[in-house]
Write a protein that binds this ligand. Structure first.
Ligand SMILES: Cc1ncc(COP(=O)(O)O)c(C=O)c1O
Length: 431
C-alpha cells in the first residue's frame, strides 16, 4: 500500500510547543494538538490540508460560524479608528452602544452592564457585586454564596470556589478556596424542601444564589427544566437573597431562547455573559445587574463604589464585534436555525440510544449530548473523531455537539453520523 506523504508541521509548531503551556491537559501524555491554518464558516482547516467539520464552535462561542463578513468588517472598521481606550475617565461609542443594546435585550430591569474580558472574571464581578450589595446596606454577615452540585463557573479563584469541587477540576484547591454552600438543584419537591431547610438555617450568611440556568455545561452537559429556575426565584425572594444566572454558556440562543432567563420567564438579579457575546471572535464578558443592585452602589459615599476595573474592559474591538454579532441575531434567522439544529440533533443522535455503553442521549436547543457509562481513553476517542473528519471533543463521560448556528444541514449530518459511528464501534477508546 502506498504510504501517505507525511506532512511536516509548520515552522512555528515544534519551537512553540516547547514553550507553550496548554489548558486542561497532562502535557507529558497528551496527543499533540492539531495545527490549524484557518477557519472557513463551520470548518477548521488544518495545516496539512485536512478539513474538519467543527462540532464544538470553539468552546461554544462561534455561534455565527468563524468568518462572518459582518463581524470582520465591524472589527476592521474599528481597528482603523481606535483599537482600545481605557474605560476609566474615557468613553467610546462601541461600549456605550453595546451596554444599551444588552440592557434592551435582557428581561426586566437588568439594565446596568459591567464589562470584563472573560467569563470567569464576569463571575468574579457578579460575586463582588452580590457581597457588596449587602455591605453597602450595612449588612456585613452575608459573604457566602449558594451554588449547586454539578456546577461550573470558571477557573479563577473566586469562580472556582463556587464550582462543584467534587465533580470538577479544582478539588486539590480545597482548603485554599473560600468555602461556599453547595446544594442540590431543586429539581423536585423533595430537593426544594431540602434547600428551604438549609436556607432556614443559613440564609443570613448568604449573599446570593448562583446557577447555570437550564444547562450545567462543563459539569457534564446536564439539563434541568425551567421550573427549577422559577423555584429558585421564589426561594431567593422568600429568603431575600440575590439570584445570579451564569448565562456564559446558555446566553445568545444556545438553548433556543436568547437567554435561559427568558425561556423560564424569570428575572434574575445579576446575569453573566461571555462566550458567544462577540460571536466567538474576541474576548469579552459582561455582568449585568438589575436596577436595585446598581442602586445599592449609587451613593454619596465613595466607599460604596464597585472597586473593579480590568485593563481591557469594554475593549473597542471586542465591543464592535459584539455589536455586529447582535446585528446578526436581528438580521439572520438564528432562532429558526437553532430550532432546525435541535430537530436534526434529536433525529441524528437517536440511533445512539440503546447502544452498549450509552447511558443517555439528550438534546436542548443546539446542544446534543451522548452520555457514556465511561470513556477509557479520551485521547483515543478524540482522535477517532478527527479520523472521521470532524472536531468533537468529549470530556468526562460526555460526548457532545454544540455547533455554530449557521452550520449547513449536510455538515450537521456528518457530525451526527460520525457520533453514531464512533460511539458504536469497538476500539474507539470508549471501553
Ligand atoms: C457557565 C460558565 N461560566 C463561566 C465560564 C468561564 O468562562 P471563561 O472560560 O471565559 O473564563 C464558563 C466556561 O466554560 C462557563 O461555561
Amino acid at each position: 500500500m502506498e504510504e501517505k506523504p507525511q506532512q511536516m508541521p509548520p515552522a512555528w509548531y515544534e519551537p512553540g510547543l516547547r514553550h507553550i503551556w496548554l489548558p486542561y491537559v497532562q502535557m507529558k501524555a497528551m496527543r499533540e494538538p492539531l495545527a490549524v491554518a484557518r477557519t472557513e464558516g463551520c470548518r477548521i482547516v488544518l495545516n496539512d490540508g485536512r478539513e474538519l467539520i467543527d462540532g464544538v464552535a470553539s468552546w461554544w462561542t462561534a455561534c455565527h460560524g468563524y468568518n462572518h463578513p459582518h463581524i470582520r468588517a465591524a472589527v476592521e472598521r474599528q481597528i482603523s479608528v481606535m483599537p482600545h481606550v481605557m474605560l476609566g475617565g474615557l468613553a467610546h461609542e462601541q461600549a456605550y452602544t453595546l451596554a444599551q443594546r444588552l440592557a434592551a435585550l435582557m428581561p426586566g430591569d437588568l439594565e446596568r452592564v459591567f464589562f470584563s474580558d472573560s467569563g470567569s472574571v464576569a463571575v468574579e464581578v457578579a460575586m463582588k457585586m452580590a457581597v457588596q450589595y449587602w455591605v453597602n446596606q450595612g449588612v456585613r454577615t452575608r459573604k457566602t454564596l449558594l451554588a449547586f452540585r454539578g456546577g461550573y463557573h470558571g477557573d479563577t479563584t473566586g469562580a472556582m470556589a463556587v464550582c462543584d469541587l467534587d465533580v470538577g477540576m479544582h478539588a486539590l484547591f480545597r482548603g485554599f478556596l473560600p468555602e461556599h454552600v453547595i446544594a442540590d438543584l431543586p429539581v423536585d419537591n423533595e430537593s426544594e424542601a431540602a434547600l428551604s431547610r438549609l436556607l432556614e438555617e443559613r440564609a443570613s450568611e448568604i449573599a446570593a444564589i448562583i446557577v447555570e440556568p437550564l444547562v450545567q455545561g462543563a459539569g457534564g452537559m446536564r439539563f434541568h427544566d425551567t421550573e427549577v429556575l422559577r423555584r429558585l426565584r421564589a426561594i431567593a425572594d422568600r429568603f431575600e437573597l440575590l439570584l445570579i444566572f451564569d448565562e456564559i454558556f446558555t446566553g445568545f440562543a444556545r438553548t433556543g431562547a436568547m437567554f435561559a432567563s427568558e425561556a423560564a420567564g424569570v428575572v434574575p438579579d445579576i446575569v453573566t455573559l461571555s462566550k458567544a457575546l462577540t460571536g466567538g471572535t474576541l474576548p469579552l464578558a459582561a455582568t449585568v445587574a438589575r436596577r436595585k443592585v446598581f442602586d445599592a452602589f449609587w451613593s454619596d459615599d465613595p466607599a460604596h463604589a464597585l472597586m473593579h476595573g480590568p485593563t481591557f474592559m469594554g475593549n473597542a474591538l471586542a465591543c464592535a464585534a459584539a455589536n455586529a454579532s447582535l446585528d446578526l441575531f436581528e438580521r439572520e434567522p438564528r432562532f429558526a436555525q437553532v430550532k432546525d439544529i435541535s430537530a436534526a440533533l434529536v433525529r441524528g443522535l437517536e440511533p445512539c440510544r440503546g447502544l452498549p455503553g450509552v447511558k443517555d442521549v439528550r438534546v436542548l436547543g443546539a446542544i446534543g449530548v451522548v452520555e457514556l457509562e465511561r470513556i477509557a481513553d479520551l485521547g483515543k476517542l478524540r482522535a477517532r473523531f478527527v479520523e472521521e473528519g470532524v472536531f468533537i471533543r468529549p470530556f468526562g463521560t460526555t460526548v457532545y455537539l454544540t455547533p455554530s448556528f449557521t452550520i449547513a444541514s449536510e455538515e450537521l449530518a456528518r457530525l451526527t453520523t460520525a457520533m453514531v459511528k464512533v460511539v458504536s464501534e469497538d476500539g474507539a477508546g470508549i471501553s
